[in-house]
Design a protein around this ligand. Structure first.
Ligand code: 9Z3
Length: 378
């Protein structure tokens, strides 16, 4: 798509799909946050996280969603903070949050970490140390005002927030990173083809296309035909190009590529980098994403990051035999510490979160990126 066509797709999208109600509040908060950190010369990262939903009705009862829990985004946000960044955490409402993620969305309730002592609620002995560590980091981020949390629900809300926050980040120049970990819908129902009311399942109550809301004479994208529900989605314009060329021309842009077929991962990540001309694609497979990722960048080429086998979290329904399957060079054990041959993590050795390996690598590439940009200017 050439740049005129892209601009026209962008303006069509944002004209026809209205902004979220909280956009103004988000802009005000983001502007204040960015200005403060820009003045202090700090690096700022926008981390996007969680899935985006696609509503089928304006008064939304039904929607299409995806699997993302927001682990990648929430965990990465913590490591960016640890690496000295200010973080704008743009996440799907109710997905995982930095710090509190340790005690939410678990099989165990957070109440299981508590007990009663002397008529007061206290954290039980077993969890004191870990919770103290998490709490201290959380408090530090709050005290230093280095974490801004914003949320979206639908694909359109996400795109409005991304565009507006990206534009606000322009004064940061190369000190801005966009770390796009959210699992973004590829297909959606445009506002002008969305029915107002709940789609009826019974033929008796089925609405005619004409009286099902303002679809401007167009066939509603989601409708019943006989006893079937037909959902006719349209592609979401590829806004990564708009981000790279228009919204954030000076920032470092890191996108994620998710695949399920190992034979496609590196090809698709490489293709994405070539197509959008941004700075880094981090490829991951659904079933190994917590144990390995591949960096594809113009600076460093292709580089795998892996958690050593004895340090891999097992609390995820991945498939360990697939580790290395997407690596065409087959060097699946390269860079690993000598592995302790065990199927579970030995007592006392904590699992390594892959984000603790990803984020410092990204930060190092960012340092190179900033130096290059400064050299070009001088
Ligand atoms: C990712 O690939 C993320 O790593 C995951 C993280 C969504 C797999 P969880 O939230 O999962 O920890 O459960 N995100 C990007 C996926 C995406 O939508 N990428 C777009 C694409 O592949 C482009 S930016 O086309």
């Amino acid at each position: 798509m050439d740049s005129a066509a892209l601009q026209s797709a962008e303006s069509h999208y944002f004209t026809n799909n209205p902004p979220p109600k909280d956009l103004k509040v988000n802009i005000t908060l983001a502007r204040e946050f960015i200005t403060r950190h820009a003045d202090q010369g700090r690096r700022v990262v926008l981390v996007t996280s969680g899935g985006t939903i696609v509503p089928l009705e304006t008064q939304m009862v039904r929607y299409i969603d995806n699997f993302s829990a927001g682990t990648r985004g929430a965990t990465s946000a913590e490591y960016f903070l640890q690496n000295g960044y200010a973080v704008i955490f743009l996440h799907r409402q109710f997905s995982l949050l930095p710090y509190s993620r340790h005690y939410s969305h678990n099989t165990r309730s957070f109440l299981d970490f508590m007990k009663e002592g002397d008529g007061r609620v206290v954290v039980d002995e077993q969890h004191q140390e870990e919770m103290m560590y998490v709490l201290r980091q959380y408090m530090e981020a709050k005290r230093n005002n280095t974490l801004l949390i914003l949320s979206f629900v639908t694909i359109t809300e996400y795109l409005w927030d991304l565009r507006e926050v990206a534009k606000l980040m322009r004064p940061l120049g190369p000190k801005a990173i966009f770390y796009l970990a959210a699992a973004v819908s590829d297909f959606f129902v445009p506002q002008d083809r969305m029915v107002e009311h709940k789609i009826q399942s019974s033929e008796e109550f089925a609405q005619n296309a004409e009286d099902s809301g303002d679809t401007s004479g167009k066939l509603p994208a989601a409708r019943t035909e006989g006893r079937s529900l037909i959902i006719d989605l349209e592609p979401v314009p590829k806004f990564l190009k708009s981000l790279v060329d228009g919204w954030a021309p000076e920032g470092m842009i890191v996108s994620f590529k998710l695949e399920t077929d190992p034979s496609l991962l590196v090809k698709k990540a490489t293709h994405s980098l070539k197509n959008y001309q941004h700075h880094l694609v981090i490829g991951n497979l659904l079933l190994t994403r917590k144990w390995e990722v591949v960096f594809v960048s113009s600076i460093d080429g292709e580089k795998w990051i892996r958690v050593p086998s004895n340090r891999r979290t097992k609390s995820f329904s991945g498939v360990e035999s697939l580790v290395g399957a997407a690596d065409p060079t087959g060097k699946k054990d390269a860079g690993e510490e000598p592995a302790i041959q065990t199927h579970s993590i030995p007592q006392g050795i904590p699992a390594v979160e892959i984000e603790s390996l990803i984020v410092p690598e990204v930060a190092a590439l960012h340092t190179k990126f900033i130096q290059e940009m400064q050299a070009r200017k001088s």
